[in-house]
Design a protein around this ligand. Sequence first.
Ligand SMILES: [Zn+2]
Ligand SMILES: [Zn+2]
Length: 306
Amino acid sequence: MDINLFKLCSGLKFLGYLMILLVLAIVAVSYYAVVLLTWGPRLLRGGLSSFFAFFVLLLFHLLLILLSWSYFMVVLRDPGSVPENWRPARDEENFEGDGSYLPHEASGSGSTWPSSNGSEGRPRSGFCIRCQNGKPPRCHHCSVCQRCVLKMDHHCVWVVNCVGACNYKFFLLFLLYTFLETTMDTLVLLPSFIDFFSEAKDHSDSPGKLAVIFVAFVLNLAFALSLLCFLVMHGSLVFSNTTSIEVYEKKKGVRWKYDLGRRKNFEQVFGTKKALWFFPLLSEEDLGKIPALHGLEFPARSDVEV
Ligand SMILES: [Zn+2]
Ligand SMILES: [Zn+2]
């Protein structure tokens, strides 16, 4: 039986829609456990307990707004499409002596870079046979989206979208705020989770309430731990101006051609406006002066050690 792997990949898109429901379900369970079952009722107790509950609930809602905002920005924002009939503005190696365009075809999947001369010196462009279009530097063909994505990092089933040049910042903020929210939920549910065992024994609380607190605590703890690993990984990628795909393309002992220094690498994703670093927004000024935010051109290091 012939199995078309690319068809299977595009099936992941439908799995993604279930993931959105799963994300909403996790948020709903956490909201119910933290706000309605544990900390909401403490607001009415008065004294220090109310004061502390107010801050827990304020922080919970603030993080929830920021993570939802970032989430929908990643889901809805185009990660970066290649303009129709795109051709490199000036890329001598793609042109024959007579000036005609010489399309490169990546081996196998059509989504990896040709490495004819092994040069690490400057950005190179190619051609995607499946899109029948030029392929800017750092662009990759996504088998799930079935199109080329600019500065593609990975296809994320949680956001039913590719993560690329135009939504990477939003993805990172989504990771950050979800990590902070799940860590906070784990900490504020910990006393109730410990009580879970004694209350389950004494039958002092309804089994439904105990089950929700138990599930919310375990889910939040699991997410907080896995998100911490992702955050550390993506943090190091941002500061070295590398995508998850490019990690496998880098050569050992050679400084990465797009590495412009930690500060500039960070600004290539988050922009230069400090006030906007923590929000899923980019200023018009940054969009105008940082070509990397559009995903078609990337400054490379001039002093390359080849
Ligand atoms: Zn393509
Ligand atoms: Zn994709």
